[in-house]
Write a protein that binds this ligand. Structure first.
Ligand code: FAD
Length: 599
């Protein structure tokens, strides 16, 4: 009996272990090799990234767990009842900040070591960092976005006010520093009580002029995820003091401000409360009351949204990096578990139904990674002044699509991945459930799915009013080029390697269908286009990924490239013009129901 008790107590399930994120799957590594013609440079970076991947697993992961276990706290009062509003941050969070600086997670994008590929390399490293950052990737997204904006501003300042220029210079230097004692993070204060998507209508914060370029901000920022940041960018309406009751008439402007004064006290900011969130609990998200916070105007008056939108491309790329990185990490944990976990007499990896799931998981990580790589590559060229006009237009079109698509796919695979680990994956102290909780926000902040679909449509509309189809043409040409190149290359392939050719036809039908319908939308001949746009965006994303997979065949031609392309096209949604709903369906199924149910 004793032996039996010892046996049952000693039994244990396989450990949940992640592989080195740079090596697992390896698709980003393959793509990087395709892009960097200099093989010595590739080998150097490959080594550096492999070491960094290991560092993520060995060191940063532990701090990220600590950040989850010791979330930030707001202490409202001291023992004597004095209001102190002290934000207390855990050790894990502080360590993540220190390593973010030391590893140059943001800084790398602004250094010159790798010429036009600095930004690409920074983003490739970032996706390894994100899932072990303890959500520190969130303030870093805003930090990088702010650094990008401030850099542009310094080359074309909107004021000659020396105080402003000095603060912007100091901001840029500190946001991009590798020295933890100098390193700053930045907030992005847009969302207010009335919402975050429609800032033009929801912003109630006002800016009262103090002379020169200085203002005082008064308002309520409903979500600030970087409450511990040293600086922030904020939207507010410049309103003459005598016209405050008409504040909504005044357009938004953009401001830079320090969060704390030189003496360490807050810049006339009151931390009202910490947000009680479903996930991202590591993150100090708070509601803030601005009670005359000193700030400097850094956009033209009334052009704040245009100013801050430069940040959004960066923060959306960070969002995608988080989705790609989390999927990659969970995929590796699931594969490793399947290799060791036995059920019904065999390892899970031997079970055909499980193999199907693993293959689909692999395919989706691959797809999102390729999409991410392409947009990162375009951004790298843009940031280093090596982009063509077409590159710029493609980047503008693809960024909202990348963000919305990767966030949704990630959410699905976080759930599937947990299921693949059985009950073990559902246990809080496996630190897997937080991956699902944290992934949900990726579909909300930096633009919800619908808002991004509409942004995509806006991006398509050319600034040249005479030719609304211009940007769509750029996209269509880009994609068609890949397909045509592949079709002509096919004639040189041996018969045995041509199995994928029929799949190009299906992809072409999808691609042409979406492009034709989008062109009708742009010309204003489609009814209910907003009811249709979400489907069109998803089909377009799948078709774009198909093109990227196809391109891999021509570059590498490995069996895995051919198989993944074929499989991808098989699982793509078929383009059909009757996919989306009409207002009638909404009226009958939802609206009448609401009226009947007296909701
Ligand atoms: C954890 C967390 C941290 C955050 N941190 C910050 C921060 O640091 N700084 C900051 O400024 N904000 C922050 N936010 C706020 C976030 O950016 C907003 O919540 C987000 O932009 C969505 O805005 P909303 O909440 O007003 O949703 P809404 O805009 O009200 O959206 C509700 C629903 O309506 C849909 N919808 C909206 N408009 C349309 C339309 N025109 N057509 C069709 N559907 C539409 C949306 O898709 C969504 O499904 C944070 C949010 C969270 C959850």
């Amino acid at each position: 009996m004793q032996n039996h008790l010892e046996l049952v107590q000693s039994m244990t399930q396989p450990k949940l272990e992640a592989s080195n994120p740079w090596l697992v799957g390896g698709i980003l590594r393959t793509q990087l090799k395709n892009v960097l013609y200099n093989k010595d440079l590739f080998n150097e970076i490959d080594k550096e990234f492999t070491e960094f991947g290991q560092f993520c697993n060995d060191v940063l992961y532990q701090h990220s767990v600590d950040a989850e276990l010791n979330p930030p706290k707001l202490i409202k009062q001291d023992v004597y009842g004095n209001v102190i509003d002290k934000l207390v941050l855990g050790e894990g969070w502080r360590k993540e900040k220190e390593y973010a600086a030391k590893c140059g997670i943001v800084a790398m994008a602004y250094e010159s070591k790798h010429g036009i590929w600095n930004r690409l390399l920074q983003l490739l490293r970032l996706q390894m960092y994100q899932p072990v950052s303890g959500l520190f990737g969130c303030p870093l997204a805003m930090t990088d976005g702010a650094a990008y904006l401030l850099k542009q501003w310094l080359s074309n300042p909107t004021t000659q006010c020396q105080e402003t220029i000095k603060l912007v210079q100091q901001g840029f230097e500190n946001l991009t520093s590798r020295d933890p004692s100098k390193f700053w993070t930045s907030g992005q204060w847009m969302t207010e009580k009335d919402g975050g998507s429609d800032v033009n209508n929801s912003t109630t914060t006002i800016a009262v002029h103090q002379g020169g370029n200085k203002y005082k901000l008064y308002g309520y920022k409903w979500f600030s995820s970087a409450t511990d940041s040293e600086m922030t960018l904020a939207l507010a309406r410049v309103v003459p003091e005598k016209k405050i009751e008409d504040f909504r008439k005044y357009p938004l402007s953009l401001f830079i401000m320090r969060v704390k004064k030189d003496d360490g006290t807050l810049n006339n900011i009151k931390i009202m409360t910490m947000k009680d969130k479903m996930g991202t609990r590591q993150l100090p998200t708070a509601e803030l009351l601005l009670q005359g916070s000193e700030a400097y105007l850094i956009s033209e008056e009334g052009k704040g949204v245009k100013g801050i939108s430069q940040m959004l491309n960066v923060t959306r790329l960070y969002n995608a990096s988080s989705a790609v990185g989390s999927m990659n990490r969970l995929y590796s944990i699931v594969v490793n578990y399947s290799l060791k976990r036995k059920a019904f007499g065999k390892e899970l990896i031997e079970k055909p139904a499980h193999q199907t799931m693993l293959t689909k998981f692999n395919l989706n990580v691959r797809a999102c990674s390729l999409f991410y790589f392409k947009v990162a590559q375009l951004f790298s060229k843009i940031q280093n002044n090596a982009a063509t006009k077409d590159d710029e237009e493609m980047f503008r079109i693809l960024t909202p699509l990348l963000k919305l698509y990767t966030a949704k796919i990630c959410m699905y695979w976080m759930s599937e991945g947990i299921e693949a680990l059985g009950a073990l994956g559902y246990m809080e102290n496996s630190y897997i459930p937080l991956m699902l909780r944290d992934a949900q926000v990726l579909t909300i902040w930096e633009g919800t799915t619908n808002v991004l679909c509409l942004d995509f449509l806006r991006a398509l509309k050319s600034s040249d009013k005479k030719d609304p189809l211009q940007k769509l043409d750029v996209y269509a040409r880009f994609h068609t080029h890949i397909m045509m190149t592949q079709l002509s290359a096919d004639t040189q392939l041996p018969e045995t390697r041509r199995s994928f050719i029929p799949y190009i036809a299906k992809m072409t039908i999808n691609h042409n269908g979406v492009v034709a319908e989008l062109s009708n939308i742009l010309q204003g001949t489609v009814k209910y286009s907003e009811m249709r746009i979400r489907d069109l965006c998803f089909i377009l994303c799948e078709s774009f990924v198909g093109g990227q997979l196809l391109e891999l065949i021509s570059k590498n031609g490995r069996e895995e490239d051919i198989l993944s392309f074929e499989l991808w096209v098989e699982q793509m949604q078929s383009y059909t013009t009757t996919w989306s709903i009409t207002p009638k369906a909404f009226e009958v199924l939802v609206k009448e129901n609401v009226i009947k149910a007296k909701l």
